[in-house]
Design a protein around this ligand. Structure first.
Ligand code: SAM
Length: 238
């Protein structure tokens, strides 16, 4: 059905989160509308700069890209990059910044738990999430993981940065934080966790963790999917 919608309507539709994500969207929209959010910056994250240095460019996606500083940095360094965020004001600012910088990355207004519905298809070599996943409600994390797995190229790097222990006010909005255990629970079937470190305090927030996961070449879920496809083909053939 959504395929029949004009591009703009499809964007708006696929940016509306389900269930637990609605409160989070309201929070982020209010925050972007009323001045500059505390996390916002026109500079890329230092960790991204270190990461990109000396690495060949490829296809990348930034999940919860905000106003796009990391996306623009990747585009400047030759990456074919897409930024996704569900707040129209953030995406609008990101698009303006791209025009000002004479760069042409793609910015998509969409919900990261429904990436493909928003027209964000892989395969991506690099998937970034700085401060988005830690706010995703528990009930939406399987959907997020399924989308990331679907758009990640075999061997893709997936970097997640976030806080482990959100304050009580964030928890009321559904935020559950991020930890190695949580990532292994949601991504462990298809990804290896190769690095975990603390990046130190940011603003008023302590315990900002950085996690590096790598998508396995032949993932167990793919093997399982192909096994069941073969078995249903065999049954039909009988
Ligand atoms: C803490 S901000 C970080 C923004 C940016 N990555 C940065 O470091 O400046 C989290 C971002 O994730 C976005 N976000 C949160 N949940 C999302 C969802 N389900 N779909 C799309 N974007 C989401 C928010 O709108 C916000 O821009």
């Amino acid at each position: 059905m959504t395929d029949a919608l004009p591009e703009q309507e499809r964007e708006i539709d696929s940016a509306k989160p389900k269930g637990g994500g609605r409160l989070a969207l309201a929070f982020y929209r209010i925050t972007y509308r009323h001045g500059r959010p505390r996390w916002d910056s026109s500079e890329p994250h230092r960790e991204l700069v270190d990461l990109v240095a000396g690495r060949p460019s490829g296809r990348a996606v930034d999940l919860g890209c905000g106003t796009g500083a990391d996306v623009l940095y990747l585009a400047q360094h030759g990456w074919d990059v897409v930024g996704v965020d569900f707040v129209p004001e953030a995406v609008e600012t990101a698009r303006k910044r791209a025009v000002d910088a004479e760069l042409s990355p793609r910015f998509v207004l969409g919900d990261v738990t429904r990436l493909r519905q928003a027209g964000v298809e892989g395969p991506f070599d690099l998937i970034m999430d700085t401060g988005c996943y830690h706010g995703i409600a528990e009930g939406l994390r399987d959907a997020y993981a399924a989308e990331v797995t679907a758009v990640a190229a075999p061997g893709a790097d997936f970097f997640v940065a976030g806080i482990s222990d959100p304050p009580a006010t964030w928890r009321l909005l559904g935020a559950r934080g991020v930890s190695a255990d949580d990532l292994l629970r949601h991504f462990g079937t298809d990804f290896d966790l190769t690095e975990e470190r603390q990046t130190g305090a940011r603003g008023r927030v302590a315990h900002f963790g950085l996690y590096h996961l790598v998508r396995r070449e032949n993932t167990p879920s793919e093997v399982e999917a192909s096994r069941s496809a073969n078995s249903s083909r065999a049954k039909k053939g009988k």
